[in-house]
Design a protein around this ligand. Structure first.
Ligand code: C2O
Ligand code: CU
Length: 456
């Protein structure tokens, strides 16, 4: 006993010596730094990326629902940075938005994130500083919050989809932003990866039941997917369980930042696929080589995942209704907008790389879009008066779509609003603080498509 204790003390002292300045053990470190990743097939050179702990995707963070996450972000990048914990209904001070909830962390600096995760589900974390560049360079990772009673599956796979614009030497095509991308669909890539490499495979047993957690970490690409040799159900969207699992039939799409949790049974004999559909055809994004001879007995529909403790939307009739008009971009016909407190013509906006506006303002306005009393029901009326789709994301809250027939859709944190479309979402604004509402096509966000609201 005493020997064990002595050994422990000695090694603890040795650690303290080995890491000067680390007298008290701090939280686990998440370092934003440069790294090399084999994104292209092995015969091509590796890619210089920026990643958490030098990896892309970054290390998986996994915690039990209701648990606490503590990470010390250290910045070894040549630029300021910050981490946003996407989809977590978080303490505002931990939301990771420079200029709104914290100062960006300078090169060489650090910031301690510590927060409780109220909801179980599939989430992710990513840079929210110069995010068009930093996320495109690889600064994102999965954040999985486990249910106390997880559904019974044979395997649980986290699958982070990304989209890279690389040249033949595997290098990121520079510059990271150009006026064409900013004013059109954003930085679309030419290489699509799953968990950081092309041609991802997931070995599976015959008739196995799998949970697939798909996360779209791409800057701009809307993924259109289907299943082949797999039969299953959508059980959660953006981390929030569906009340009733929905059979997957045909194609489904995943806008940037969106997640989908599927429970699927392997029905193929030799190979199953997750297929990615492009205008010029489909290809196997994920291949599941099938082995073994498990029983072919059909399994029942999975039970719904346990619901998360989200506050119900409340009364729609006396809600605070807030129009959010999206304007600008190529072929959008916008003449000008408010920028930095003054009126600007489109030409002037363009000269500073700004192309998009929400309610006539480019970038974050001085005053919040709306200030809601805590608990108040808020309806955002998302009106897309542009020639492009936008994936609109609300920080700190999940919302439900108010559908055409007045019923409420599933809980989400990001909704795709097609060109020319109008979608309305509602939520109880119950998380105090200052929160972003922005397009998660990061080129659009960079070029003006963002605003903020306050819950007091
Ligand atoms: Cu994924 Cu403003 O965030
Ligand atoms: Cu957009």
């Amino acid at each position: 006993m005493s020997l064990t204790r002595r050994t422990f003390l000695t090694s603890a002292a040795a650690l303290a010596v080995a890491r000067p300045g680390a007298a008290a053990p701090g939280p686990a470190v998440l370092e934003a730094r440069e790294g090399m990743a084999q994104i292209l097939p092995a015969e091509y050179p590796a890619t210089a990326i920026w990643g958490y702990d030098g990896l892309t995707p970054g290390p998986e963070i996994r915690v039990l629902q209701g648990g606490r996450i503590e990470r010390r972000l250290t910045n070894a990048l040549p630029q300021p940075t910050a981490v946003h914990w996407h989809g977590i209904r978080i303490d505002n001070a931990m939301d990771g938005v420079p200029g709104l909830t914290q100062d960006a962390v300078a090169p060489g600096g650090s910031f301690d994130y510590a927060f409780v995760v109220p909801d179980a589900g599939t989430f992710w974390y990513h840079s929210h500083a110069a995010s068009m560049e930093q996320v495109a360079r690889g600064l994102h990772g999965p954040l999985i919050v486990e249910e106390a009673e997880a559904p019974e599956v044979d395997a649980d796979h986290v699958l982070v989809l990304d989209d890279w614009r690389l040249d033949r030497d595997g290098a990121l095509v520079e510059p990271m932003a150009n006026f064409h991308d900013l004013s059109h669909a954003g930085r679309l890539g030419n290489v699509i990866t799953v968990n950081g490499s092309v041609g991802h495979t997931v070995p599976a047993a015959r008739h196995a039941r799998l949970r697939l957690r798909l996360i779209n970490a791409a800057n701009a690409r809307i993924q259109v997917l289907s299943l082949d040799g797999l039969e299953g159900w959508t059980v959660a969207l953006d981390g929030m369980p569906l009340e009733v699992p929905q059979p997957v039939a045909g194609r489904f799409s995943l806008a940037p930042a969106q997640r989908i949790d599927l429970i699927v049974d392997v029905t193929a004999d030799t190979e199953a696929f997750v297929v990615d559909h492009h205008p010029d055809g489909g290809y196997a994004l994920i291949t599941l080589p099938v082995s073994g001879t498990a029983s072919a007995a059909r399994r029942p529909t999975p039970a719904p995942l346990p619901p998360n403790p989200v506050r119900s939307v409340g009364h729609l009739d006396d809600a605070l209704s807030v129009p959010v008009l999206m304007e600008g971009g190529a072929m959008g016909g916008m003449m000008g907008a408010m920028m930095n407190g003054g009126r600007m013509g489109m030409r002037e906006m363009m000269r500073s790389g700004q192309f998009w506006a929400l309610n006539g303002t480019v970038g974050l306005p001085q005053a919040p879009l709306v200030e809601a009393a805590r608990g108040r029901t808020v309806r955002f009326d998302l009106i897309n008066d542009t020639a492009f789709p936008h994936g609109m994301h609300v920080h700190g809250h999940h919302f439900r779509e108010v559908q055409a027939d007045g019923t409420l859709g599933p809980w989400r944190d990001t909704i795709l609003v097609d060109a020319g479309a109008r979608r309305e979402v509602a939520m109880a604004a119950d998380n105090p603080g200052d929160w972003l509402l922005h397009c998660h096509m990061l080129g659009h966000q960079t070029a003006g498509m963002k605003t903020w609201f306050r819950v007091a």
